[in-house]
Write a protein that binds this ligand. Structure first.
Ligand code: UDP
Ligand code: MG
Length: 139
């Protein structure tokens, strides 16, 4: 299993607010190489599958509704220590608690609409990447 890759989504709030370019620039300047990328929209069913791990949590219904509310950018990113370093680059789940300069601190307004997703483990990075991309779409 690759330890140098992570998976991200630029969420519907950040796309709608015009932050795609700035967020991709932060990722690239943070040392991440884009190895796969797609502009797409999740159906509620696909969003529910993607976030199935959270289905018992109180916010699951709202999360699925929000994540299927508009287009997103999905990408696989490569860097040494990708998962951990990317979580640092995006900051805490709640943007109010995210360090200054992090992507969520700069571009997110609330814990539910928090601008970006980042995988939490190498295993989930591989699962989430293959949810969106075939081997032929990864460079
Ligand atoms: N979320 C939410 N309310 C919460 C916690 C999480 O709406 O109280 C949403 C938020 O969009 C978050 C996603 O559910 O990014 C997944 O939650 P997780 O705990 O995995 O946070 P993350 O890994 O995204 O930082
Ligand atoms: Mg998570």
């Amino acid at each position: 299993m690759a330890t140098n890759r992570t998976f991200t989504m630029i969420k519907p709030d950040a796309v709608a607010n015009g932050h795609v370019g700035a967020i991709l620039d932060d990722m690239i300047k943070g040392g991440f190489k884009i190895v796969a990328m797609k502009y797409t929209k999740l159906s509620p069913e696909m969003a529910g599958k993607f976030y199935a791990v959270h289905k018992e949590r109180g916010f699951f219904g709202e999360l699925v509704e929000f994540m299927s509310s508009g287009p997103i950018v999905a990408a696989i990113l490569e860097k040494d220590n990708a998962v951990e370093d990317f979580r640092k680059l995006i900051g805490a789940t709640d943007p109010a608690k995210a360090e200054p300069g992090t992507i969520r601190n700069k571009y997110a307004k609330s814990i539910d609409a928090n601008a970006v997703h980042g995988s939490d483990s190498d295993e989930n990075a591989a699962i989430e990447g293959s949810f969106y991309f075939t081997a032929f779409e990864q460079f």
